[in-house]
Design a protein around this ligand. Structure first.
Ligand code: NDP
Ligand code: MG
Length: 380
């Protein structure tokens, strides 16, 4: 069997590294033909030697002067986008973090390639455009996000439009589920980065703690599965064993479960529609902790409520939500603002006029504008 040729963007991040592990364990099935990093070029060059990756991209073009290598390296996002146009490959795994990932999802779809999508921001910012492009070019869009992978797996053989009543996205809820709201003002960066069940990049770990991540996932699910926001429910499930559920019109609920390990949805996305044997741990059901489910406390996690609102409003609002959150999280990481300021900054940013059906150019421009405004307000 021919190996599946993978373009891995964001190879040096948390999802990128888990993808590398999957590819290494199944080197008879997968081959990375191009890998990208933004800053971490040392790690990328090491990976290229180890996995014999012939083409590399370093999207921070300022690094071009600093690096001396005999390898073919594309510097800067423009050169990477150009290279993607002329490359022969089977699937693009987009594990770039944040709004920077959108252009690569678009590029992959424009050149008629299947996408394994970790970069949920692509769908939050431009869900309508992306879904239309995927359908027009007959490309598969396979989610890597564990909740959406779970939903996709539960839907196999079922009709979304005629058989599904609702979906339930599970949320670990992050480290502050059991904290009193009165203490939220005292939350530190170190408290926030201690995720109880998942090991992830710092941006998404902070988003899990504010539950903005679940908000982005609600919007992601709305586009991916063409469901109304009223059909998308979030429940707190602190053990992160059930990765999401689908309730059908006959009252049956299907769920997908396993230990929390991103290698499972990554491997599913890369092998789909096939399934291949895992080399990881199988879930020992009898040793699992008790599985619990409870409602979200929106007073503690206002960003999730805001995400539902911007999702329903649509247009440019989800982009503003995402961009403001990215800017606020970067300020929180630099300890310039408090944990509770993240929600306040995002809410304030949303007091703008909407643009219905924005094109990509507008989406990129608004993303830059919103971030610039927030960052410059806190520059001294
Ligand atoms: P990380 O921060 O760990 O990694 C981000 C990757 O993107 C790195 O390779 C980084 O390069 C690269 N990158 C950063 N900025 C840019 C840019 N401007 N242009 C191009 N590349 C860039 O993130 P995660 O792996 O945690 O997350 C990646 C995506 O996957 C996000 O959209 C996230 O929401 C999603 N996701 C992550 C999950 C997880 O478990 N981590 C779970 C589900 C979804 P470098 O390191 O070289 O600077
Ligand atoms: Mg997720």
């Amino acid at each position: 069997m021919q190996k599946k040729r993978i373009v891995l963007l964001g190879a040096t991040g948390s999802i990128g590294k888990s993808t590398i592990e999957v590819v290494k364990k199944h080197s008879d099935k997968f081959q990375i033909v191009l890998a990208s990093a933004h800053n971490n070029y040392k790690n990328l060059l090491k990976l290229a030697d180890e996995l014999k990756i012939s083409k590399l991209a370093i999207t921070n073009k300022k690094l071009a002067q600093k690096i001396s290598s005999d390898r073919k390296i594309f510097y800067g996002e423009k050169n990477l986008l150009k290279a993607l146009k002329n490359l022969d490959y089977d699937i693009l795994l987009n594990a770039v973090s944040g709004s920077a990932g959108l252009k690569y999802t678009v590029a992959g779809l424009q050149s008629k390639h299947d996408i394994a999508l970790a970069n949920k921001e692509s769908l939050v910012m431009a869900g309508k455009i992306i879904m239309k492009l995927a359908s027009k070019n007959s490309c598969k869009l396979i989610p890597v996000d564990s909740e959406h992978s779970a939903i996709m797996q539960c839907l196999i053989g079922n009709s979304i439009s005629s058989q599904v009543r609702k979906i339930v996205l599970t949320a670990s809820g992050g480290p502050f589920q059991n904290w009193d709201l009165a203490n939220f003002d005292k939350i530190t960066l170190a408290d926030t980065l201690k995720h109880p069940t998942w090991k992830m990049g710092s941006k998404i770990t902070i988003d899990s703690a504010t539950m903005a991540n679940k908000g982005l996932e609600v919007i992601e699910a709305h586009h991916l599965f063409d469901l109304k926001f009223e059909q998308i429910e979030v429940v707190i499930h602190q053990q992160s064993i059930i990765h999401s559920m689908v309730e059908f019109i006959d009252g049956s609920i299907l769920s997908q479960m396993s230990y929390p390990d991103m290698k499972i949805p990554i491997q599913f996305a890369l092998s789909y529609p096939d399934r291949i044997a895992t080399t990881g741990k199988f879930t020992d059901i009898s040793k699992l902790p008790n599985l619990t489910f409870r409602k979200v406390n929106y007073k503690k996690f206002p960003l999730l409520k805001l995400a539902y609102q911007v999702g329903k409003t649509g247009g440019i609002m989800p982009t503003i939500f995402n961009s403001a959150n990215e800017a606020a999280v970067s300020l929180f990481m630099k300890k310039r603002i408090k944990f509770t300021d993240i929600g306040k900054i995002v809410e304030k940013s949303l007091a703008r006029e909407n643009v219905t059906n924005p094109d990509l150019e507008t989406i990129f421009a608004v993303d830059q504008k919103v971030k610039k405004e927030i960052l410059s307000a806190y520059s001294n």
